[in-house]
Design a protein around this ligand. Structure first.
Ligand code: BDR
Ligand code: CA
Length: 311
């Protein structure tokens, strides 16, 4: 199996992403979960990660808490989507375990650098603060990784937090910019894909009718999410953003994309955090990321919910 670290700010779509990986031991070995401020402050994202592991009876997986704020900006959160706790909609069992003592960026450096080059893939589901900090602490990190698969940015789908920017990149644009200029092998899954992957009632019903503790919990958590996306976008359901990262690792042929040049806007007030994707290679700059643009959404939900319901 491929060794992975999930860097995350749970919200339910993050939790689906790492839990689906945990039940895929033939393909993925989850070394750790690292948390960061994003959807809600880091104390809550850490607590939510621990709660999700508790629900899955996988408290053996170490959780490291990371950055409480972006590199240079004030934290912006998304309680308007995920509720005050980041996990509104269902009361998960309180965690019985504490996070590990080390700071997440240090843990990332240690876990990656103590293994051979090309052994570890970072799965990034949140603002990229921890990853940028880890790269600053260990300049060889980017090259030592097998790669980074991340949910973030938007190419032709406009923004979901400002007209121009997707949430994860908007919260910490300087971190995103550093990661994209780091030389690491990056696969970016933008809103262009995740807005095709909507949790419709029929898809939610798969979770509810499973009747298992995990199915019931995620039915309620994702149902809470859906209220926001329904009223805001008029869609039949909210996007299941972050589990696309796990789906890509398990079944890359569900996606289509291109190896292109991507830059992150860090100075304009109007377009702060926008990902500028040179899809037609008009600038002639070297490609630094594979940007996925389409997804087989039926295949995606089948894969991810099948795995989740193994729990
Ligand atoms: C991203 O923002 C978060 O709310 C989701 O978990 C996802 O990582 C989508 O813009
Ligand atoms: Ca997330």
């Amino acid at each position: 199996p491929r060794s992975v670290i999930f860097d995350t700010d749970p919200s339910p779509d993050d939790a689906v992403a790492f839990l689906a990986a945990l039940v895929s031991p033939d393909e993925l070995e989850v070394l750790a979960i690292t948390t960061v401020a994003g959807n809600v402050p880091v104390e809550l994202t850490t607590r939510n990660a621990l709660k999700a592991l508790e629900l899955a009876r996988r408290t053996d997986v170490p959780v490291y808490a990371g950055a409480a704020a972006p590199l240079v900006r004030k934290l912006i959160t998304a309680e308007h989507v995920h509720g005050r706790t980041g996990f509104d909609g269902y009361d998960l069992p309180a965690p019985t375990k504490l996070p590990q003592a080390s700071f997440a960026p240090d843990a990332i450096v240690e876990l990656v650098m103590s293994r051979p080059s090309g052994a570890v893939t970072l799965c990034c589901l949140a603002p990229l603060t921890n990853v940028a900090l880890a790269m600053a602490r260990e300049p060889r990190l980017a090259q030592h990784l097998a790669g980074i698969v991340l949910m973030g940015g938007s190419m032709s789908e406009a923004g979901n937090i400002t007209p121009a920017a997707e949430f994860n990149f908007y919260v910490d644009p300087e971190a995103a910019a550093r990661v994209f200029s780091s030389g690491a092998s990056i696969t970016m899954i933008p809103l262009d894909c995740t807005h095709q992957a909507l949790i419709t009632d029929a898809r939610l019903e798969i979770l509810r009718s499973a009747g298992t503790p995990v199915g019931t919990a995620f039915y309620h958590l994702l149902e809470f999410n859906k209220r926001f996306d329904r009223s805001k976008y008029g869609w039949p359901g909210g996007p299941l953003h972050d589990a696309t990262v796990t789906a890509y690792l398990l079944q890359p042929n569900l996606f289509d994309g291109r190896h292109v040049h991507v830059e992150i806007e860090c100075s304009s007030q109007l377009t702060l955090g926008a990902s500028v994707v040179d899809w037609w290679s008009v600038a002639g700059k070297p490609a630094n990321a594979t940007v996925l643009r389409t997804i087989d959404s039926d295949g995606y939900f089948k894969l991810i919910f099948d795995r989740l319901l193994r729990l």
